[in-house]
Write a protein that binds this ligand. Structure first.
Ligand code: DP6
Length: 349
């Protein structure tokens, strides 16, 4: 017999960035963060997990290719989930798996991204969140999404925020064992329906410095990171939560852009400095800044993660249509810039 479960999880984009860990193994951050989860029809991972007495070892395939499960992070997630597994019964098929059986049974995991992994767009967040959610479904865990987020966090920090839709807060927590470092939903999917997210793929190349090693170097060498974590982010979190609750786009855009710029300033303050953005990213920032100034109030917010791709958040559909037109005009695909494609993320909030 085989028992299966499937789940689908979208990626999330941070508007207050997570950058820096106080515990590398448990993945505990140095500051709170806030993200927005994309609509599941864009940039999402679908994972099917199966269990059978015939499986001799845990195995995983990503986009059809087998990958190693030996990494410590995968193993932590699997261990955490297995230890919470409950009885599963399928009366129709006459299958009963008891709690104690899960320790001996092996799982096969097949995961697909609906976007090219090579496009340099964040995939670990959706991937790890989906892995945890599908396994939790298969093994009949009783934990709520926040408790599951604390498991996903151990796979990849940003993954914990993909367990919810809408705007999501990752509370850094205080406990040394990480039990209170988890995600909560701030507002639900429908709360801010007008927003449209456009991702301008500036470069499809793999980033040179991974988030994991980049943030480790920043924690070790950047004084700005210490200042940001202690003095800046706590105040910014309060303001950002308020802006989201009130659908105050001006404050939201100002905080989002400022936080992205500060995150990249921390990268520059790291020794040796880390450059995630390139000339095209900088030109997009200048362009959006000028546009916002000429309108008298912000129409578009920008944010960049650990790579040169621009995530642009338009205040409504009309602005998004204009933005797309202007991007295509000023940054035509295949021009001397290496900006080559646009992904329209029609967010569901
Ligand atoms: C810049 O979650 O990829 O996207 O926890 O080491 O797996 P690990 O790092 P990861 O870092 C994401 C960093 C970021 C900002 C963010 O998503 O908050």
């Amino acid at each position: 017999w085989v028992v299966m479960a499937t789940a689908q999880t979208p990626t999330n984009i941070a508007v207050i960035k997570y950058w820096g860990k106080r515990d590398e193994t448990l993945i505990l951050p140095v500051n709170d963060s806030i993200s927005v989860t994309l609509d599941p029809s864009h940039l999402c991972t679908t994972t099917t997990v199966a269990v059978s007495p015939g499986f001799e070892q845990d195995r995983m395939w990503l986009n059809g290719k087998e990958i190693s499960l030996s990494g410590g992070r995968f193993q932590s997630c699997l261990r955490e989930i297995r230890s919470r597994a409950c009885d599963v019964e399928d009366k129709e098929k006459g299958i009963k798996i008891e709690k104690k059986d899960w320790e001996k049974l092996h799982v096969h995991i097949a995961s697909y991204n609906n976007f090219p992994t090579a496009a340099g767009l964040a995939s670990s967040a959706a991937g790890l969140a989906c892995l945890v959610f599908s396994l939790a479904k298969l093994m009949n865990l009783k934990e709520n999404p926040s408790q599951l987020s604390a498991i996903a966090r151990q796979g990849s920090g940003s993954a914990c925020r993909s367990l919810f839709g809408g705007f999501v807060k990752w509370i850094m927590g205080k406990d040394e064992n990480g039990s209170d470092s988890l995600a909560v939903q701030l507002v639900e999917e429908e709360h801010w329906n007008e927003l449209v997210i456009i991702i301008a793929v500036v470069s499809a190349r793999q980033k040179e410095t991974s988030s994991t090693s980049g943030m480790r170097e920043s924690v070790e060498t950047s004084l700005l990171l210490q200042h940001r974590a202690k003095e800046i982010v706590p105040k910014r979190m309060v303001k950002m939560e308020e802006a989201i609750k009130n659908r105050d786009f001006s404050s939201f855009a100002q905080l989002t852009c400022a936080d992205s710029n500060q995150f990249h300033a921390v990268c520059l303050d790291t020794s040796p400095p880390i450059f995630y953005m390139n000339d095209t990213s900088h030109r997009i920032i200048s362009y959006v800044e000028k546009w916002n100034r000429s309108e008298g109030s912000p129409q578009v917010a920008y944010t960049f993660d650990a790579g040169p791709n621009a995530v642009l958040i338009a205040r409504n559909r009309q602005v998004a249509a204009q933005l797309l037109q202007r991007l295509l005009f000023f940054f035509p695909p295949n021009s001397d810039t290496d900006l080559n494609s646009y992904v329209l993320g029609d967010k569901s909030i």
